[in-house]
Design a protein around this ligand. Sequence first.
Ligand SMILES: Cc1ncc(COP(=O)(O)O)c(C=O)c1O
Length: 457
Amino acid sequence: MASENLTHNNHLNGDATTNRHVSKKLKLAPPALITDAEIQSEFSHHDPAVARINNGSFGCCPASVIAAQRRWQLLNLRQPDHFYFNELKKGILHSRTIIKDLVNAEHIDEISIVDNATTAAAVVLQQTAWAFHDGRFKKGVDAVVMLHYAYGSVKKSVEAYVSRAGGDVIEVPLPFPLTSPNEIITEFRCALERAKFGGKTVRLAVIDHVTSMPSVVIPVKELVRICREESVEKVFVDAAHGIGCTSVDMQEIGADFYTSNLHKWFFCPPSIAFLYSRKSSSSSDLHHPVVSHEYGNGLAVESAWIGNRDYSAQLVVPDVVEFVKRFEGGIEGIKRRNHERVLEMGEMLAAAWGTHLGSPPEMCASMAMVGLPPCLGIKGDLDVARLRTHLRNEFGVEVPIYFRAPATAEDGEVIGVVTGYARISHQVYNKVEDYYKFRDAINQLVNSGFTCAQLST
Ligand SMILES: Cc1ncc(COP(=O)(O)O)c(C=O)c1O
């Protein structure tokens, strides 16, 4: 701010030589990189008693962005009519323009801002429901394909909008743990083959970019290409963990619809997501599930006013851009370092517990699945839920855990003894001590002879 004033004053004084000199100097000065102390200060509202290694679930928002959000909220509360008539549309368009450039979309109309990935899924699947309703899709013949590991709320949405409308749902089974993306590609091809032999027309494929639980990076580009080869009509990529977590490029991926939250890995407050809809993909038929005054004016415009509410999370995207610029390499640098650190921490934990990671490095983004010691006796979903609560309440560690039923060979022999995998995340605020705390908590449980059966009483 001080240097801005200096330039401004020189300009007012008409001192062109000094002004040129100052602005040249300002341009050359490298932006000051954020220090460790500043990072800690940006996240000082986090509970210091908790090792928060679960950025994947709820994301995080730095203090400077929270402050920007507060300014927007007050601007609205101060004079709502001025805010509505002069600020809101302009602000949302600005955020959309930034997102369009970040994700390499072709046209601004392809980018709508919605609350979250769940809403985006409802937008896309509602279009499918209407196609059945209008008789364009045939009940019992036309189908939607999705991964077995699709997110729970998205599966419910498929149930509500597709199954209920008479559509068939084909789930692609996925192995876990995984050794290569090819395992997913093979299963996906098989599912499309099965659909074809069953006389089904696949109208929509719903593909995760980074699955939630277990968390792995899906080879979306290859799956979209297979969909094109196999005449799948439309492809929707659910990348709730997309922007800031993995590579998000609309031209490269080539899907018809793509959604990513910005509140998970892009430092926005809850809640904001974008929904990309390719211009050529009958996007005029897409509607926000909450209908308001802008109905029929295109999804982006519809979504920018769904009734009176707090839109501030959608307006702070420029402030997030300023925040990420303070890190070496911006968001790309953050993403790369998160990936490297989460692998390092995952390998450290697996070595300490004598287990393994659930997928190879190229299938991890900023999250990794780490096998837990088999002696913890994890026998089902209830056990992992209780163990997670126990780690939170007794050890101050926040980490989601996945139950994987023991695999058996054809002769009945058990071939995988690890039945629990922790999903660890890494974000800029994490310290190595967070992961040591988790390691030591598990070691303490193991050394004390603990098993999950003790949590059932
Ligand atoms: C793959 C996937 N899809 C959808 C969602 C839903 O995101 P939201 O709750 O922000 O709508 C999540 C949340 O973690 C997710 O992991």
